[in-house]
Design a protein around this ligand. Structure first.
Ligand SMILES: [Zn+2]
Ligand SMILES: [Zn+2]
Length: 81
């Protein structure tokens, strides 16, 4: 670890630099925004990445049979990546 790598991955015990932000909607038009490295940013849809914790939530959400309409709400906010 040297130099200015910017925010590093928020995953436990991971020191990689973050190239992604968690896109999981947390309400009021906001997203989780946890910084994630390439290996911890789980792509659930094109250009939509979730942190490990939110990936699990999302999988449970899907498994529950509810639709992903809420997740689509987050698309307009993608631009600030
Ligand atoms: Zn990581
Ligand atoms: Zn997250």
């Amino acid at each position: 670890m040297c130099g200015d790598l910017g925010p590093h991955c928020a995953a436990e015990k991971c020191a990689d630099s973050s190239d992604y932000l968690c896109d999981y909607p947390v309400g009021e038009g906001r997203t989780c925004d946890l910084p994630l490295c390439e290996s911890h940013a789980y792509e659930v849809a094109p250009n939509i990445h979730y942190c490990p914790g939110h990936l699990i939530l999302w999988q449970e959400f899907r498994a529950s049979g509810r639709e992903v309409a809420e997740l689509e709400n987050v698309m307009p906010f993608k631009e600030r990546r």
